[in-house]
Design a protein around this ligand. Sequence first.
Ligand code: GTP
Ligand code: MG
Length: 640
Amino acid sequence: MSDTVLSTLAFTGVPPRIALVGNPNCGKTALFNALTGARQKVANYPGVTVERKIGEFLSPAGTRVQLVDLPGTYSLRARSPDEEVTRDVVLGRFQHEAPPDVMVCVADATNLRLHLRLVLELKKLGRPIILALNMMDVAEARGCRVDAAALSAALGVPVVPTVAIKRTGVVGLLDQIDRSMIAMTATLPPSPGTSSCGWSEPSALDLRAYHQEVETILAAALRDAGRPSLATRRIDAALLHPAIGLPFLFLVLFLMFQAVFAWAAVPMDMIDKGLGWIQAVAGAVLPDGLLKSLLTDGIIAGVGSVVIFLPQILVLFFFILMLESTGYMARAAFLLDRLMGGVGLHGRAFIPLLSSFACAVPGIMAARTIENRADRLATIMIAPLMTCSARLPVYTLIIAAFVPDRTVAGGMIGLQGLVMFTLYAAGILSALAAAFVLKRTIFKGAREPLLMELPSYRLPSPRDILLGLLERARIFLARAGTVIFSIMILLWFLGSFPAAPDGATGPAIDYSFAGMLGHALAPLLAPIGFTWQIAIALVPGMAAREVAVAALGTVYALSETGDALSGSLAGVLAADWSLPTALSLLAWFVFAPQCVSTLSVVKRETNSWFWMLVMIVYMTALAYGAAFVTFHLSSALLGG
Ligand SMILES: Nc1nc2c(ncn2[C@@H]2O[C@H](COP(=O)(O)OP(=O)(O)OP(=O)(O)O)[C@@H](O)[C@H]2O)c(=O)[nH]1
Ligand SMILES: [Mg+2]
């Protein structure tokens, strides 16, 4: 019988929709992944999911069900843009979509007092609810005992204990989902768009009533509250200690940049050798001509010069994933709150800013968790100053060419890693300075306190870290294979045509379209020491940062003649550029407005062209100024 009802439901055309709702960091996304087989980002800090994600699964009864993962929220009284997404989906206000047919409320079993309030608020909407009592493994380990049957009776909703990361309880949950859909078709015909009327802001009186109801339910269902995690308290006693906390955080970040160089060296060398071999083989096998030039100068030189940085990207992400999954990330925000407050930034800005080390796009989106609009805008405007991972290839290439590979401080610190750290520090310090200015001029406002739950420390799951790294590698290689690949072909074309006239001297690229463009831009960039080859590389570099490296690879491959070609790109640059030029280009890349994707996400998140333009103008001015000062200062100091 159940099958018939469900397939009737499926026949109406729209698949039934189920939403995962709950407080931040309770495991909604982990459950979403367990149910749909998706790999949405899961991490141990509040505010990981900031937009709704949709997936599908087949229920045991054979119904195709749409599942919506939502940002965490403490209440339907949304305060920040990410919480507004959840409220709007739940109440059916989201782009005129009907509200979800069933809500799966996810609650952290170890922290029911906090999590039940939202359950009560949702229950008031009068729509079908299932409670997933998640983190049962943690609860057990801490001696926290919840009587699921009693909880279900007291709440009046079905309760299913789960351990989302181990898929425990998923079968029971699916079963409940099927049941509530049957109940739904039997009792209330779907009436899209009407249910948001049932909700109004809870008053202070309602809140007190909720509070009392929670206590009554807990009295009935909580057999033992358990002990708070002793390990977490002990670790925090050290890591949040006023004297130890910040130095430890800086040590971690410093080690991260040292490791980016030290750990990645061997695999990078191997990739480099492999590419050299491919290039040599291609050069030997192919007859001279356009195809050979396209393959060796355009594709292998361009794409290859980016792919080589994969090991460094992975080391960087390994550290970021570890910070996120252990729970240290939220502590770092807490530790830096005072420091950030000094320049007027909200403590919550830390997570968007740290995410921007990976990529500014998710970083800027993470700013949605900041309630106050002025604080959020200030964070968005400075986020691109954090050095994103796509700039890593640019930095590394120039450092490898100009900074000797030796250690300082008695062999303790790698010089190249130190320079890298300095570049990252320059980005951070200028972001803080920019925030200081912005918060005192355009984005004035009182400072708001940082309210953030500190999650329990957790041992990262090796599988999650591995999957996270694989995902990163996939994204990086896919970009090298698509965006960079096509831009390199275009650039090779622009750099090869029109061909040099007969009897011309110098490399053919001089006479090509790219050469013309480079020479046209050169006067503008000469004051900051850039060569015309750099000028050419900067243009496609707007599509994605690492493209600049690929472009240099292609441009130099096309502009060198004869034997000079065989050297590595770093070697070619070392011979071609002066040190002030290299330093000036580094300074440029610390500040220059970032890729097109960053600018478009700024437009989307601020919902205004104006702020996007402000960003382009202020960052270009900063970049030009910094490169100018760097070039002239270093020229003077080096006796140029
Ligand atoms: N031990 C244990 N850890 C879990 C369980 N479910 C989730 N986690 C971990 O808890 C953390 C938070 O999980 P997420 O799925 O990202 O939580 P979320 O509710 O989506 O969080 P937001 O998107 O920030 O609202 C991650 O570190 C998960 O690995 C569980 O049942 N047991
Ligand atoms: Mg989530």
